[in-house]
Design a protein around this ligand. Structure first.
Ligand code: SF4
Length: 397
C-alpha cells in the first residue's frame, strides 16, 4: 500500500497529508493509524511509538484538546502538531435533562447529520447509550429509529466522540498529578442507540478498542454491551475482535412475528441466530447474553411466548438473561405497550424457569430518550411509518 494513499475507514478516509484548508482530526484513529499519520507528517519513525503513547494519554486519559497543554512534548513539536492536526469532537446541538436525571444529547457530525446519545445515571453506575449509524440499515417496526432511512455509518471518531462529549458534560476527566478517583459517573457503554452496530463493524470495533485502551479511557470490556438485531455472520467476530458483552434484539418467539418486528429475521431465522449465540466464544454464566424483549400488547406478550422463549434458550443451552422492555410509544407507532400485569406475568414465567427477567425501567421518556424513541430531530418531521413501509413495500403484519 503506497505511503501517500489515504487510510480507509468505511465512510470516510483519513488523509495522511493535511487536506486543503483542513486539519487531520486525531479523534478515532487507532494507535497504528495515529503512528502512520504522525510519521507521514514529519515525526521521526524511531520516536513515533513514544509520541503516540504521549499524545494518546493526553487525549484519552486527561481529555486534553489543545496541543500546547501537552507539556511532556517539546514546544516546537507541539506547534508542529497544531499546524497539521486537530482534536475535534462532534458538536452538541441540544442537551436535555429529564426529571429522572437522564440526559439526552443531540450531536452534529460531519455533513450536518445528527445523532442522539443518552446518559442514564443509576445507583453506583452510569450508562451511556451511543449510536453507530445516522438512521438505520434496518426497519424494525417497533423502533422509531427504524423509520429513519440509513444516511451513513458513523466513523470511529464520531462513535468514541459521543463518549468524550458526555465525559465533558459530566466533568469526568481526571487531572494530571491529582489522585485518580476510581468512581466513575460514566461506567458503562451500551451500543443500543441509533443504528445496527454490526453493519458498521470496523468503526465500532476501533472506537470500542479506544474506549478499552488501558492508557486512556480504560473501560473494561465487561462494561461494554453491544446490541444487535441479529447480523449472524458478525456475531462471532464481535467476541474475537471486540470481546465485549452481547445483547440481542430478540423481541419475538416465532419466525412469523419476528419477521414482522425485526425484518432481518427473514435473512437469518431464529434458529440461525440461536446457533450463533450458543457458539459465542465469550458466553459464560458470568458473561450471559442479554435477550432484549420489547413488550407489545397482543403481539408477543402471551404466556405461550414466554414458555417458547425459555424453550429456545434451553434448547441451545445459552447462558442468558431476559431484559423485558415496556414498549415506549412514539408518534405514529403501530403498537401499544403491554399492561403492567401482563409484563409482570411474563417476567414471572421466565423467572420461575430460572432466568433473570428484569423489567427495564423507562428512563427519560419526558425527553423522548427512552429505548426505541431515538430519532434525530431534523429527520423527525421527515418520514412517517406509512411512508417508509410504502417505500419498503413491507406489508404490516
Ligand atoms: S431496533 Fe436497532 S436495528 Fe432495529 S431499526 Fe431500531 S436501531 Fe435499527
Amino acid at each position: 500500500m503506497s505511503t501517500s494513499a489515504p487510510i480507509t475507514q468505511d465512510v470516510m478516509t483519513i488523509p495522511r497529508k493535511m487536506p486543503e484548508g483542513g486539519k487531520i482530526n486525531l479523534i478515532g484513529l487507532t494507535r497504528d493509524q495515529l503512528r502512520e499519520v504522525l510519521i507521514a507528517n514529519g515525526t521521526k519513525e524511531k520516536q513515533a511509538k513514544m509520541r503516540v503513547g504521549q499524545i494518546w494519554q493526553w487525549i484519552y486519559q486527561w481529555g486534553v484538546r489543545d496541543f500546547h497543554e501537552m507539556t511532556n512534548l517539546a514546544k516546537a513539536y507541539r506547534a508542529e502538531l497544531e499546524e497539521t492536526f486537530e482534536i475535534a469532537l462532534p458538536e452538541v446541538v441540544t442537551r436535555q435533562v429529564s426529571e429522572d436525571g437522564t440526559r439526552k444529547y443531540l450531536v452534529r457530525i460531519a455533513g450536518g447529520h445528527e445523532v442522539e446519545v443518552v446518559y442514564i445515571p443509576e445507583d453506583g453506575r452510569g450508562t451511556l447509550c451511543i449510536s453507530s449509524q445516522v438512521g438505520c440499515t434496518l426497519t424494525c417496526s417497533f423502533c422509531h429509529t427504524g423509520t429513519q432511512k440509513l444516511v451513513r455509518n458513523l466513523t470511529a471518531g464520531e462513535i468514541i466522540g459521543q463518549l468524550m462529549v458526555a465525559r465533558d458534560d459530566l466533568d469526568e476527566w481526571p487531572v494530571p498529578g491529582e489522585a485518580k478517583d476510581e468512581t466513575r459517573l460514566l461506567s458503562n457503554i451500551v451500543l443500543m442507540g441509533m443504528g445496527e452496530p454490526l453493519y458498521n463493524f470496523d468503526n465500532v470495533r476501533d472506537a470500542m478498542k479506544i474506549a478499552m485502551d488501558p492508557e486512556g479511557i480504560s473501560l473494561s470490556r465487561r462494561r461494554i454491551t453491544l446490541s444487535t438485531s441479529g447480523v449472524v455472520p458478525e456475531i462471532a467476530r464481535t467476541a474475537e475482535e471486540i470481546g465485549c458483552l452481547l445483547a440481542i434484539s430478540f423481541h419475538a418467539t416465532t419466525d412469523d412475528v419476528r419477521d414482522m418486528l425485526v425484518p432481518i429475521n427473514k435473512r437469518w431465522k431464529i434458529d440461525d441466530l440461536l446457533q450463533a449465540l450458543s457458539d459465542y466464544p465469550k458466553v459464560s454464566n458470568s458473561e450471559r447474553i442479554t435477550f432484549e424483549y420489547v413488550m407489545l400488547d397482543g403481539v408477543n406478550d402471551s404466556d405461550e411466548d414466554a414458555h417458547r422463549l425459555i424453550d429456545h434458550i434451553k434448547r441451545y443451552n445459552i447462558p442468558a438473561k431476559i431484559n423485558l422492555i415496556p414498549f415506549n410509544e412514539w408518534p405514529g407507532a403501530p403498537y401499544k405497550r403491554s399492561s403492567n400485569n401482563r409484563i409482570r406475568a411474563f417476567a414471572n414465567i421466565i423467572y420461575q424457569a430460572g432466568y433473570a427477567s428484569p423489567i427495564r425501567k423507562t428512563r427519560g421518556e419526558d425527553i423522548m430518550a427512552a429505548c426505541g424513541q431515538l430519532k434525530s430531530a431534523t429527520e423527525r418531521a421527515r418520514k412517517s411509518r406509512k411512508q417508509i413501509e410504502a417505500e419498503a413495500g413491507v406489508a404490516q403484519g
